[in-house]
Design a protein around this ligand. Structure first.
Ligand code: SF4
Length: 482
């Protein structure tokens, strides 16, 4: 849709060839969801082929890229504040270029250049392969914008450059975009229609990660349960596929099984699920393979059927309970986490009580809870007034957070006096003498280091806990480490 050149900005001295070869420094900062962090690794890969080396030092950067989030107003304010900080650095490094990526870039498009003068380049989530051209334009002294949303881009042919990695866990993106039009959400507008990645390229990436010593992967997508590969193209065009393509199609539970069988000792997690798209097949596949972790992130957003309807969430609380019951029946020790929005337009005290009672029913292991933040361009913004006073939003949010804290404590205590497999990810934040890792249920555990090392699967006896962290002692290696 949009790609233009602006003649105003000034270029710098180095020739293009010189810039290509002499290892210019790239600094990437990522905000928001795991998808954005995974995308930044795609960007680092595309630019490493252009001679860029990533640096963690902002002050030595030639190109600064900010991968932005637009999910709430606060996320965008954080990015604007950060861009202000770059002004001071730009005074010392006038040749330094600044680009914005991700959902806020896609939402604002050209307006970003008008609103934030330090920005030279605006690139949407589907246009990262155009970065070499866009950088050439800003090198020639012009601003550059590419916010075209794609029908088939999955970056399946780009090998991510792992950034800030612990060398043990990694993200593997499997779908892009979302076709669910939840009325509060900007994602369908900033990341486009759903398309799934070729399963073979996913398997290749998983094998490559295992060879590099990684021990756990998280399969990523805005809505992983909606994964459907039938040769490429949009999910919504599946009905037009040939009988042959349909016969060869791979859905999410089949992909999970393929990945589980490919590397039987590699731990597998996935995120994010949508209750309206999750099938029993997925749950049965999780139960069938020990290396698929017993944890599901299952956003619900509200416990009120009336509000779920206003949010265009295509399930009722009763259907959600049925899914929870199925998960608990098929995988009794499965951990479940939630996303919750409080103070959605027209939410009554009764609706709020419905949310609290749903949480009582599920008793989530943990959750991500936020007050409603009106997002420009969404259906809710266009159709509904943001009519819940801030004070009420805050009070309801505090009640939900407090209830979740109690449930976190209950759920974490359920692991006490058990011996569980933990994958060591690194040193505990609180003590250099202790390792931190997570059990299959995604609960953090810390224990004395002894002779174990990062990447080991260790059996840990859980002796005590806080509301979110288990404390224990290692009792030996897990068979997955032998
Ligand atoms: S499922 Fe709904 S909330 Fe999640 S990314 Fe899609 S539209 Fe947004």
């Amino acid at each position: 849709m949009e790609k233009t050149i602006d003649e105003s900005a000034q270029g710098s001295a180095l020739t293009l060839q010189e810039k290509k070869t002499n290892g210019r420094k790239l600094y990437i900062e990522s905000y928001g969801c795991q998808m954005n962090f995974s995308d930044s690794e795609i960007v680092a890969s595309i630019l490493s082929n252009e001679g860029f080396n990533t640096t963690q030092e902002l002050k030595e950067a030639d190109l600064v890229l900010v991968n932005t989030c637009s999910i709430r107003e606060k996320a965008e304010l954080t990015v604007r504040k950060r861009l202000e900080k770059f002004n001071a650095i730009k005074k010392d490094r006038p040749h330094m270029k600044v680009g914005v990526l991700g959902c806020m870039a896609e939402r604002l498009k050209h307006k970003f250049l008008e609103e934030e003068k330090i920005v030279d380049m605006v690139v949407g989530p589907d246009a990262y392969k155009d970065l070499p051209n866009l950088i050439q334009e800003i090198d020639e002294g012009r601003n550059a914008v590419n916010v075209i949303l794609s029908k088939d881009e999955t970056y399946g042919d780009v090998a991510p450059v792992r950034l800030n990695t612990n060398g043990v866990t990694a993200f593997v993106s499997i779908t892009r975009g979302c076709d669910n039009m939840c009325t509060f959400c900007v994602v369908p507008f900033t990341r486009g229609r759903e398309r799934s990645r070729d399963p073979q390229s996913i398997i290749d990436e998983v094998n490559d990660l295992w060879k590099k010593g990684f021990k756990e992967i998280t399969l990523l997508g805005q809505n992983v349960d909606s994964y459907l590969w039938y040769g490429g193209g949009l999910k919504k065009d599946y009905d037009k596929a040939s009988e042959m393509e349909k016969a060869m199609a791979v859905d999410f539970s089949q992909l999970l099984e393929k990945v589980a069988l490919t590397q039987p000792r590699m731990r597998i997690r996935f995120s994010t699920s949508n209750p309206q798209d999750m099938t029993l097949d997925v749950i049965h596949t999780m139960a069938k393979y020990e290396n698929i972790c017993n944890y599901i992130h299952l956003p619900v957003q509200s416990g009120s059927n009336r509000i779920l309807k206003e949010m265009n969430r295509l399930h009722t609380r009763e259907e959600y309970f049925e899914l929870i019951d199925n998960i608990r029946t098929i995988i009794p020790d499965c951990a479940i986490s939630q996303d919750m929005i409080t103070g959605f337009p027209t939410e009554t005290e009764k609706d709020h009580q419905d949310t609290l009672s749903l949480m009582e029913y599920v008793k989530y292991d943990y959750g991500f809870m936020f007050a409603y933040s009106e997002r420009p361009g969404t259906l809710a913004e266009r159709k509904l007034d943001d009519d819940i006073p801030e004070a009420i939003k805050k009070r309801r949010l505090a009640e939900i957070i407090e209830l979740q804290r109690q449930h976190c404590q209950e759920r974490t205590e359920q692991h006490l006096n058990k011996v569980q497999e933990v994958l060591i990810e690194g040193t505990s934040k609180k003590s250099d003498e202790h390792w931190m890792g997570r059990n299959s249920q995604n609960t953090v555990a810390v224990f004395p280091k002894e002779n174990y090392k990062v990447g080991d699967f260790v059996m840990v006896r859980m002796n005590s806990c806080t509301s979110a962290t288990l404390k224990g002692e290692a009792v030996g290696y897990s068979k997955n480490s032998l």
